[in-house]
Design a protein around this ligand. Structure first.
Ligand SMILES: N[C@@H](CCC(=O)N[C@@H](CS)C(=O)NCC(=O)O)C(=O)O
Length: 232
């Protein structure tokens, strides 16, 4: 079943796909893409994702890029038992789609910009850090409100909408020092998902890294940006 190759790196978008593949017990090859060295801009990779970003997959000669599209592809092609998705056309399917798009159009871009200003920017921008961290937290309060009335985002079942949002929520305390205690229902949901064995396997793709290692790397990046503050 399947002939999937996953091109990925240990990032919020990358782990979404490895987690979904593990949840579906699909066999897949992994091609690690070192985004810090620019491997995602090589012509061989641009043939798979013309946008030059991970993750991407190929399957029987087909290419799929954009993590939301990949999650949809995996659900519609391989989740016949509906273990991590709702059947197309049902009300729950559209709820699932809505929260998936909420992540793709909201949490990902906003938290991505917060990460940029807090970890990677070449100059210190208090405005950039404040604006995008505040917007990330506003989106988290929307997730928190939903998870106060529903165990998972689309309803009673854990789905690709949860996987997509989890990819980003997992990194928020480590990268942006967002305290999940501010969002109790989101925190509960995050802990429940983190305990899943498929999630633990997916998080280790392509390289297993402990939270301590990840936190240490982000601390170093924050200190570097903080060091630019006097020049701002
Ligand atoms: N909307 C895209 C975003 C992909 C994306 O931004 N990936 C990041 C890693 S999380 C990346 O490849 N960054 C390298 C770069 O920007 O060159 C998706 O969801 O797949």
């Amino acid at each position: 079943m399947g002939d999937i190759t996953l091109y990925t790196c240990s990032t919020p978008n990358g782990i979404k796909v490895s987690i979904a593949l593990e949840e579906l017990s699909l066999a897949y090859r992994v091609v690690p893409i070192d985004i810090s060295s620019g491997a995602q801009k090589e012509p061989s990779f641009l043939a798979i994702n013309p946008n030059g970003r991970i993750p991407a997959i190929t399957d029987f000669g087909l290419r799929v890029f954009e993590s939301g599209a990949i999650l949809q592809y995996l659900a519609e092609t391989y989740d016949r038992d509906r273990t991590i998705s709702y059947a197309p056309g049902t009300p729950e399917y559209w709820e699932q789609m809505s929260w998936l798009m909420f992540q793709m159009g909201g949490v990902g871009p906003m938290q991505g910009q917060a990460n940029h200003f807090r970890l990677f920017a070449g100059e210190y921008s208090a405005y950039g850090i404040q604006r995008y961290t505040a917007e990330t937290k506003r989106l988290y309060s929307v997730l928190n409100d939903r998870l106060t009335v529903s165990p998972y985002l689309a309803g009673p079942k854990y789905t690709i909408a949860d996987i997509a949002n989890f990819g980003w929520v997992r990194y928020a305390p480590l990268a942006l020092e967002i305290n999940l205690n501010e969002f109790p229902a989101l925190k509960r949901w995050h802990s429940v998902i983190l305990e899943r064995s498929a999630v633990q396997r997916g998080l280790a793709v392509p390289t297993p890294k402990s939270d301590a290692e990840i936190a240490e790397r982000y601390r170093g990046l924050r200190e570097k940006v903080d060091g630019l503050r006097s020049r701002a």
